[in-house]
Ligand binder design. Structure first.
Ligand SMILES: Nc1ncnc2c1ncn2[C@@H]1O[C@H](COP(=O)(O)OP(=O)(O)OP(=O)(O)O)[C@@H](O)[C@H]1O
Ligand SMILES: [Mg+2]
Length: 472
């Protein structure tokens, strides 16, 4: 009885039952292995291919178009390439292929091709894309957008802080021009509010305003949303206007531009420079007149440094730059914003609140407000839900939905953990940040800051010196 060759049996079964196509040729281009999955992919019978010369079976293949032969010649693998072709039964197939040279002691023995059929997956992904595009159309260009009041104007922007007034002034001046605008601000600082105000406060107000978030949308889908598709542009594509065309004569808000793929950023730049778009799969140049407002919640220069924002696109968008300060840098605006939100929610919630207790403002002034104005608005809306009808001043105990504001005495500072630092250096950096922030919040009053931080005055002074903090 012969020796049981277990690996041989395993291999044979894998070859027969796997849905991955496998084709092996020897160094004379003769097929020595060809499995069922490959035969199905190519629309052939195993017998038509086994033991035959490759070019005999596939006469249309040239020496340099067959990856198997190429790999035989170059001895270098070709990995994960996508191939679209009509198989022998005339079926359209898309595969992902890897072709690998079989080498033993520097000598080439043959080549192996592994092929995975992704036709079905590709079809599914296009169907998904078409569905998403339809959804996008039904929502007038809004995917994943929070419900919001439409048609904001500059009258809706509350603020008396100098930096804020400057931002509003720049916004007002650009509302009558076609120039692009780059809006920078942390989350919840009012970028959408500004974008809408620029549109509805200027000469384009009777044109369309369309907002599109650029984050978390696959590149090909976003490209179709922006530029539209022409029939046959890709499997199942129908003729569809992109939002550039829909926004013609109006404004297009591109949210989170720093999260758009670099490839698409290049295409966007071309559109901005040339003033026309071309639908995917189309040949016609369509002129467009759209004011672009792009937003980002990361400092543009930082995004460029990290390679997330193209420099050339930045320069093109940055014709008008508006920097909306975070709420923690304009705490003087907290009372007027609070009053504004109280007035907004009284009728909506059937309450008659007239103000906020002084003690609450003390906490508000110390808080870091990572969610900015949106966080303040939500805090007030939450408290106004909670307050009983017989009271008219919001107190600390009404803010049940946002305990953070009242527990974080020491304001949070953002630290980046850089792995090239030692632990003591890292901790020093944190300590420095906390002291700096606390000093600023206490108007550089040493005794008060020391008290808040729970350290002795002398200790604080020592640390200020140690970290060379400018304590005014
Ligand atoms: N200065 C302001 N005056 C009045 N309301 C404001 C102000 N700033 C922001 N808001 C309100 O705060 C909420 C968040 O604003 P908006 O959606 O414009 O922020 P955003 O910067 O676009 O945030 P994100 O980056 O998360 O998209 C909205 O309800 C908006 O009306
Ligand atoms: Mg926004």
């Amino acid at each position: 009885m012969g020796k049981l060759n277990l690996s041989g049996i395993i291999l044979q079964n894998i070859l027969q039952y796997t849905d991955i196509g496998i084709h092996v040729i020897d160094k004379n281009r003769k097929t020595i292995m060809y499995n069922k999955a490959m035969a199905e992919l190519e629309g052939l019978e195993i017998e038509q291919v086994m033991d035959k010369d490759l070019l005999e079976v596939f006469p249309s293949l040239k020496q340099n178009t067959s990856t198997l032969i190429k790999v035989l010649d170059t001895k270098k693998p070709i990995l994960n390439t996508t191939q679209n072709y009509l198989n022998f039964k005339g079926k359209k197939i898309t595969t992902i292929n890897s072709t690998i040279p079989l080498i033993w002691k520097d000598e080439i023995l043959g080549a192996l091709e592994i092929s995975k059929n992704i036709t079905y997956l590709k079809k599914l992904s296009y169907e998904l894309m078409n569905l998403q595009l339809e959804l996008n159309e039904n929502n007038h260009g809004q995917i994943n957008n929070e419900k919001r009041k439409r048609n904001y104007t500059f009258d809706d922007i509350v603020g008396s802080d100098e930096k804020m007034l400057k931002a509003i002034e720049i916004g007002k001046r650009t509302s009558n021009s076609p120039s692009s605008v780059l809006l920078y601000g942390e989350t919840g600082t009012g970028k959408e509010l500004f974008a809408q105000s620029i549109h509805y406060g200027g000469i384009r107000k009777n044109g369309p305003f369309i907002a599109q978030n650029c984050a978390a949308i696959p590149e090909t889908l976003l490209e179709s949303i922006l530029f539209g598709t022409e029939k046959g542009g890709f499997t199942g594509a129908v003729e569809r206007e992109g939002i550039f065309e829909q926004a013609d004569g109006g404004t297009l808000l591109l949210d989170e531009i720093n999260l758009m793929s670099l490839g698409l950023q290049a295409k966007l730049l071309r559109v901005l420079q040339e003033g026309y778009i071309r639908r995917i799969g189309g040949i016609k140049d369509i002129p467009i007149d759209v004011k672009i407002i792009a937003t980002t919640n990361e400092k543009p220069l930082e995004s460029i440094k990290k390679g997330k924002l193209r420099k050339d696109l930045y320069y093109r968008l940055n014709v008008v730059y508006i920097d909306i300060p975070p709420l923690r840098d304009r705490k003087g605006d907290i009372p007027i914003l609070s009053d504004y939100f109280i007035k907004k929610y009284n009728p909506l919630l059937g309450k008659s609140v007239i103000g906020i207790h002084e003690e609450v403002y003390k906490y508000f002034n110390k808080y870091y407000w990572p969610g900015n104005v949106r966080e303040l608005e939500n805090a007030i809306e939450g408290a106004m839900n909670y307050i009983s009808h017989d009271r008219s001043i919001l107190k600390k105990e009404d803010f049940v939905t946002c305990p953070n504001i009242f527990t974080q005495h020491i304001v949070k500072e953002k630290f980046t953990l850089e792995m090239d630092r030692s632990l003591p250096e890292y901790l020093d950096n944190i300590e420095r940040g906390i002291i700096y922030k606390a000093l600023k919040d206490n108007d550089y009053n040493i005794s008060q800051t020391a008290k808040e931080l729970g350290v002795k005055r002398q200790t604080l002074q020592y640390k200020i010196k140690k970290y060379s903090i400018d304590a005014k």
